[in-house]
Design a protein around this ligand. Sequence first.
Ligand SMILES: NC(=O)c1ccc[n+]([C@@H]2O[C@H](COP(=O)([O-])OP(=O)(O)OC[C@H]3O[C@@H](n4cnc5c(N)ncnc54)[C@H](OP(=O)(O)O)[C@@H]3O)[C@@H](O)[C@H]2O)c1
Length: 322
Amino acid sequence: MARQMDPDDLNPERIVTVFGGTGFLGRRIVKRLLERGFTVRAASRHPARVALVFSSITRMPEAVEADILDASSIGSAITGSQAVVNAVSLYVEQGVQTFERVHVKAAADLAAASRDRAIDQFVQISGIGSDPQSDSNYIRARGRGEGAVESAFPGAFIVRPAVMTGPDDAFLTTIVRMIRLLPVYPLFGDGGTRLQPVYVADVAEAVSRLIDGRTQGSSIFEFGGPRIYTYKELLREIARQLDTHVKLMPVPFAVWNALAGVAELLPAAPITRNQIDLMRQDNVAAIDAPGLKELDIEPRDIDEVIRAIEQRRRVGSLSSPA
Ligand SMILES: NC(=O)c1ccc[n+]([C@@H]2O[C@H](COP(=O)([O-])OP(=O)(O)OC[C@H]3O[C@@H](n4cnc5c(N)ncnc54)[C@H](OP(=O)(O)O)[C@@H]3O)[C@@H](O)[C@H]2O)c1
């Protein structure tokens, strides 16, 4: 379990490298760390996106070009850092980019390179439900990745968020759009899977508090939102907030799997088989795992996010790291 650190240990000049620092979660982690006075490197394969992603903030992170699959670019990105965060995602396997390669081997390589450089803290972003024994390639790789990181960097923080929401998310935004568009809404199975959507900015704040020295020790944190919904309840709640009705239709998982297999052939797959795997099992924070409460964060509910999504739809705005 995490324990409090002496505030005198904090060093506002510390450098933190965030792999995946331009992503949905990573950009918020970068922003929170900058607000806490850290020097932050946002490492990704497309550093030119940094200027766009952080255009609305005054203090910019350093843009660093790095591929987590490439040992030499890892080394130069993290040298001189005191903390490293791995917020790299891979949702669809493509060529050499397999779940095993990115979520297990590359995560372990980054953790080992951080340990070799005597970096103080390592944060691995994983996900609730990660399980090295799972039948799903994706969920198994996430579980194996956690173990590989813990072996390579003893004392690493493993952060498992539930499905994350935000004004520019892929989850609620799609549901809102589909509820408005479809006469009948297809459920995953019978819609009974339990979810605990968590606001992405709350997760980013939590990660920044871990790095800011408020906690220490080897811990797995599970971050969920304030309410647990079945998928069916969530759709009804969103429809209620949109002031509309939704007609629900159960669709077997086997049908979804077949559809996702075809969708993955598209350049930007609207749905993937790993998302279907994730929807088969409850995605809820364990009661006995440390979470947002232990970091003094009051989680925000989905109503705020739905309002922001609707606002973005009306004005057609681009994403910002809010
Ligand atoms: N989104 C959710 O609801 C959710 C829920 C639970 C857990 N998670 C986990 O949270 C983490 C972040 O997810 P996200 O949704 O924020 O991902 P995302 O929006 O897809 O962002 C991924 C980031 O990783 C970078 N990246 C991808 N491949 C890379 C590589 N080979 N080398 C270096 N950088 C690379 C991307 O930039 P470039 O493409 O420019 O390299 C981008 O900055 C992931 O581990 C994900 O599984 C997400």
